[in-house]
Design a protein around this ligand. Structure first.
Ligand code: NAD
Ligand code: UGA
Length: 446
């Protein structure tokens, strides 16, 4: 059993702390947000993550997991051997990562730690940040207490965070201090996965390169989707066919309204920023971002193609979160789509199974519905924005009956075009050209 302190109880920190407690360690999670900590002490989760509440309760009851706003308590009582930093690194000016929370955490660690410790950085940070954190701590310590900094980028996804944390494809550790890296590796042994130990900067880069590559895959398939629409091919089938090649793989080839969330947008921008600052020209990353921006516009264009001018039309958004199984609205495509629709004079309604409380704080003048059918009532078009499972099995006849015009723009390709047309919908997916260009149809061309 190791004593661990985790700084930040967001998606990464809370999942990390809870999972390490579940693996038998004693973990104290700390946050400067008193409301979050008070809530956690009462069993109220600050985020929606499947399975998390139950796991937190189990470990609190077992005495392995606790919560505090006090750095002193979290780091010194009992003395934490590992101090994980899992604070936010949001987008700053010009796309540069904003490191103010990491700086605050490093300063607080330096101020209170009264015993040797290992700082393990889980936040996604620009290359070189590990060295910077070490400098901050060294410069601020009142007496020189030995410590090491290890980079341990996190690869979990929201919505499947616990599963991802406990079954990672790999654990990446970066440090100039091999002994410290080995100790952090030991902590991860129960995960029975590949543990790669490298230097600090390389580990930090692995995180950005991985997120940028995944975003590139999605933008690539979205570009292919646009070509499919023009030429009469079906991108869903294309992705399946490509995916059989093990060198390509099927994952992250779902065409749609593009990637959002708290990480891909800021991380691709931050990587491009780092490249530019060092005199490199990140052309590919730029194209990846441009394609993604266009996917949102494309969806609104499809609505316009079906309805004409949007002034006075009512449009329903099926889903608001940036992806299913999360309540996270950060950089959700629904925000930009709402803005564009409203700018053209449309009235926007929305429904999401879990993200509506968060969305209500962000979206202006959007009518929130109780369920998909209430959402569809009086709509001239419905846009599928988030592919929640519950949307895949809707009673389509009922949905059509309550709509003013039977138009469905499927931003996530969850329905089959033929089936939707059989129900009498005007249906548009993303990159599903085959249906418009079937042999014999009036659109068919060689
Ligand atoms: P989050 O915004 O959900 O949580 C961050 C928490 O840190 C907040 O509760 C905040 O109050 C707290 N905090 C900020 N400054 C603090 C300080 N000085 N001391 C104590 N607590 C402080 O963030 P997140 O989504 O968990 O992301 C954290 C980091 O992990 C980011 O760098 C992100 O890029 C990275 N990451 C996120 C994910 C993800 O799926 N969300 C996955 C991998 C990596
Ligand atoms: C992503 C990465 O998958 C994680 O490995 C990483 O740890 C995390 O970012 C991070 O650094 O924060 P996450 O943002 O939770 O995780 O969600 P993903 O499942 O990767 O989806 C990201 C976005 O891409 C979503 O908007 C999703 O709708 C979109 N997406 C995903 C597609 O449009 N098509 C796909 O095929 C896959």
């Amino acid at each position: 059993m190791k004593n661990i302190c985790v700084i930040g109880v967001g998606y990464v920190g809370l999942v990390t702390g809870t999972c390490f407690a579940d693996l038998g360690n004693r973990v104290c999670c700390l946050d400067i947000n008193a409301e979050r900590i008070e809530g956690l002490k009462k069993g109220i989760m600050p985020i929606y993550e499947p399975g998390l509440a139950e796991m937190v309760t189990r470990n609190v009851q077992a005495g392995r997991l606790s919560f505090t706003t006090s750095y002193e308590e979290a780091i010194n009582g009992p003395p934490a051997e590992f101090i994980f930093i899992a604070v936010g690194t949001p987008e700053g000016v010009d796309g540069e990562a904003d490191l103010r929370y990491v700086r605050m955490a490093a300063e607080s660690i330096a101020d209170v730690a009264d015993h040797p410790f290992i700082v393990v950085n889980k936040s996604t940070v620009p290359v070189g940040t590990g060295d910077w954190v070490a400098d901050i701590i060294r410069a601020r310590q009142k007496k020189p207490i030995p410590f090491a900094v290890v980079s341990n980028p996190e690869f979990l996804r929201e919505g499947s965070a616990i599963q991802d944390f406990l079954n990672p494809d790999r654990v990446v550790l970066g440090s100039l201090d091999r002994e410290a890296a080995n100790k952090v590796a030991e902590l991860h042994l129960p995960l029975r996965t590949t543990i790669m130990i490298t230097d600090l900067r390389t580990a930090e880069m692995i995180k950005y390169a991985s997120n940028a590559f995944l975003a590139t895959k999605i933008s690539f398939i979205n570009e292919i989707a646009a070509i499919c629409e023009a030429l009469g091919a079906d991108v869903k089938e294309v992705a399946v066919g490509m995916g059989y090649d093990k060198r390509i793989g099927r994952t992250f080839l779902d065409a749609g309204i593009g990637w959002g969330g708290s990480c891909f947008p800021k991380d691709v921008k931050a990587l491009a920023y780092m490249a530019s600052v060092h005199g490199r020209h990140p052309q590919l990353l730029q194209a990846v971002m441009d394609i993604n921006t266009d996917q949102r516009r494309l969806v609104v264009q499809k609505v316009r193609e079906c309805l004409g001018a949007l002034e006075g039309k009512t449009i329903g958004l099926l889903g608001l979160a940036f992806k299913p199984n999360t309540d996270d609205m950060r950089e959700a495509p629904s925000i930009e789509i709402t803005r564009m629709l409203q700018a053209e004079g449309a009235r926007v309604k929305a429904y999401d199974p879990v993200a509506m409380p968060n969305a209500g704080r962000i979206l202006q003048n959007v009518v929130l519905a109780e369920d998909p059918y209430e959402l569809a009532e009086g709509c001239d078009a419905v846009i599928v924005v988030t592919e929640w499972n519950e949307f895949k099995q809707l009673d389509m006849a009922r949905l059509k009956r309550v709509m003013r015009q039977p138009v469905v723009i499927d931003g996530r390709n969850i329905y089959e075009p033929e089936m939707m047309r059989a129900y009498g919908f005007v249906y548009r997916g993303i990159g599903r050209g085959y249906n418009e260009h079937k042999p014999g149809s009036s659109n068919a061309s060689p």
